[in-house]
Write a protein that binds this ligand. Sequence first.
Ligand code: FES
Length: 165
Amino acid sequence: MSCEFKISQEFVKKVDETITHYPVSKRSASLPLLHLWQEEFGYVSNQGVEWIASKLDLQPINVFELVTFYPMFRDKPAGKIQFRVCRTLSCALAGGYELFDHLKKNCQIEGDGHHGPAVSPDGKYSIEFVECLASCGSGPVLMINDDFHENVSNDKANELVKKYG
Ligand code: FES
């Protein structure tokens, strides 16, 4: 197992406690554990896949396929400033894809962002699509790190990039 992250006792305790919520099948704890790992380490590395699999008595492939299937999981690090653009219908109709392209161009990011973050060459910015952020009447909706922004025009996006940059 590659060990790029040091796993604290506190994290192990949190994981073990979470597993107790699934007494019938430990496998059902896969998604909650992936969320915990990503919250703790920023992305789900091979080490994360293998560690979670061993905790749940699964094969790594059983965990890895969840990481690749669900767009909310990242298998590589995001940038320091993370953009998440809603791609669900209302936001798409309100210009979410145009906003995405605008931010990409502005921050010199390559990649499509449909499966995990596309990162700028300097590692400063990353961008990815996410599903509905529950503010469908005020699209396009953009999250920057943990902050929520609505009705984000290209001009507003430029101001936000300056503010966070
Ligand atoms: S469709 Fe974008 S927030 Fe719901």
